[in-house]
Write a protein that binds this ligand. Structure first.
Ligand code: AMP
Length: 521
């Protein structure tokens, strides 16, 4: 773990809590240099590792009786430092750190300080550690990897490899409280390809939130992110929901947590939720200000049984059995279909609800944790850069939308002729009613565009290209239906570009370039 630049496995939320000032004091105590001297050197070198190396080379303090450092000893002392809390903890930390520096050679001191400040710059890639363990103990890298996927702590895996070899590694099981590497998704170029990839696909919304792996044992609940950071402290509301709505004694379940608007109860983008993830203080206030909702999509362990080897359709059944769903604690909706039309409708709904797209999952696939594996999940989302387009037309709405302009005709500029050429029709993303401050409604669009109406024919109007909007989409297709020869698939309103004049909207050249680019993706 130390070689990885870390002091604790990812799943432990323990922190060393060593501030620069404390490190400076410790260096002073160990080397005899004054804090002022150290501070000055730090300003010029910008790295306390280099600073301690410098001062340790000409130690003023006698280091009589200091012993040689071993990795084991360093590790022990570091764990000891982390345990110090409360009154007098700073002094105790100071003397532990300075005792380490005193026993270290200048070079060792450099890496010690960087490790303590969690600034070690030689973080070794996980693959290298895996291969080193394999080589050192004569086991296969695959079995080290498999074991590590179950328990993401190399120090423990190395010990198993040393004591019990290959067989021991094969027997490594997940343990509640120790995070498991998660199953990841692959990208699909489009929805059709994704649906065609599986005999038995299910489509789910790809929610714009935080992946949570939740461990429950009795009343004890732990929450990990996708990168296996422990965020239990930041989400006491989620802990309560688990305690209330999970019926099994023990389980590991996964889902996506999203932020919810307090007033409208609508999903909010990830940026809002991220304020909660980062928050260490005043958690209660944040819980109140930014309520959450979780959408559960998998279960990998229940009451002593690992479920990795079971197909998704079975895992989902178990999930439905152990969860009592509520508004905030949901099981994610699934559309089981191979029908492109139905799936497209579902995809559109996800985008309309401000979600990222959809996940197409193989209902027959087992759960394979870890990276670089085809796990049976394909994500489909509009990944192309948004386009700034001019509005050149619209249709008058009917029924409850009468009096409003609804579908909007989008266009790109041809710089050679200065004409605007059509490239799509859009209505997704415009709201019926204003729910958030940032919402743009049909009514406000109509007000804005009305002065520029040139001609009305039936329910269709031609509009002078004056208003530029940012549009997201899934794909650019060649199309006979539009004068530019291109059509946007699933265009979605993002925002009005007030600051842009029509002359700054996208050009034909650019849309051609984007079209060519997407073929390479
Ligand atoms: P990506 O980060 O683009 O590779 O997509 C994978 C991530 O999508 C997962 O790690 C989850 O955090 C998130 N996600 C959102 N909705 C779902 C879903 N229905 N099933 C699985 N993952 C989801």
């Amino acid at each position: 773990m130390l070689s990885n630049g870390r002091v604790f496995p990812d799943y432990e939320s323990a922190e060393l809590g060593i501030a620069t000032q404390l490190a400076i004091k410790s260096i002073s105590k160990a080397t005899g240099a004054t804090q002022k001297e150290i501070g000055k050197k730090f300003t010029s070198l910008g790295d306390l590792g280099l600073v301690v190396e410098h001062f340790a080379s000409d130690k003023k303090q006698a280091t009589l009786g200091s012993e040689h450092l071993t990795v084991e000893k360093v590790f022990k002392v570091i764990q000891e430092i982390a345990k110090q809390t409360g009154k007098g903890s700073q002094e105790r930390k100071l003397s532990l750190i300075s005792s380490l520096i005193t026993s270290a050679t200048p070079l060792e001191a450099k890496y010690l300080i960087r490790t303590l400040l969690q600034q070690l710059r030689v973080g070794i890639a996980e693959g290298v550690i895996r291969d080193s363990i394999a080589k050192a103990f004569g086991v296969s890298p695959q079995s080290v990897e498999r074991a590590w996927n179950m328990k993401s702590d190399f120090s423990e895996i190395a010990l198993v490899a040393k004591k019990h070899g290959e067989d021991g590694l094969k027997k490594v099981k997940l343990e509640i409280g120790k995070s498991v590497q998660v199953l990841l998704a692959e990208k699909s170029p489009d929805l059709k390809t994704a649906l065609d990839s599986f005999d038995n696909p299910a489509v789910e919304w790809k929610m714009d939130g935080m992946r949570c792996q939740i461990h429950k044992q009795g009343n004890k609940v732990l929450i990990f992110t996708r990168r296996l950071e422990n965020v239990t402290h930041q989400f006491p509301d989620l802990v309560k929901l688990v305690q209330k709505y999970v019926k099994s004694e023990e389980c590991i379940i996964e889902g996506e947590t999203i932020a919810i608007d307090k007033k409208t109860h609508r999903p909010l983008p990830f940026q809002v939720l991220s304020q909660r993830i980062q928050r260490k203080h005043e958690i209660g206030r944040m819980v109140n200000e930014i309520p959450i909702q979780i959408n559960l999509f998998d279960v990998i362990y229940v009451n002593g049984k690992q479920l990795f080897g079971e197909p998704l359709k079975y895992r989902r059944k178990i999930l439905e059995r152990i969860i009592k769903p509520s508004d905030e604690f949901r099981i994610i909706g699934q559309l089981v279909t191979k029908d492109l039309k139905k799936a497209e409708k579902f995809y559109k709904e996800a985008l309309k609800n401000n979600q990222e797209g959809v996940m197409v999952k193989n209902l027959d696939a087992i759960y394979i944790p870890g990276r670089n594996v085809a796990g049976g999940w394909l994500k489909v989302k509009p990944t192309m850069e948004n386009l700034d387009l001019a509005i050149v037309g619209a249709t008058w709405g009917t029924g409850k939308r009468s009096g409003w302009l609804t579908s909007f005709v989008l266009a790109v500029r041809d710089p050679d002729t200065n004409r605007f050429l059509e490239c799509g029709m859009m209505s997704t993303g415009i709201k019926e009613k204003k729910e958030n401050d940032t919402d743009v409604t049909y009514e406000s669009m109509t007000k804005m565009l009305k002065p520029f109406i040139e001609k009305t024919e039936g329910g269709i109007v031609r509009i002078k290209p004056k208003i530029v909007i940012e549009v997201a989409y899934e794909e650019i297709q060649k199309s006979q239906n539009y004068s530019s020869g291109f059509g946007l698939r699933f265009p979605r309103f993002v925002r009005i570009r007030n600051e842009k004049s029509e002359r700054e909207s996208e050009t034909m050249e650019r849309i051609q370039k984007m079209y060519d680019m997407q073929k390479k993706v």
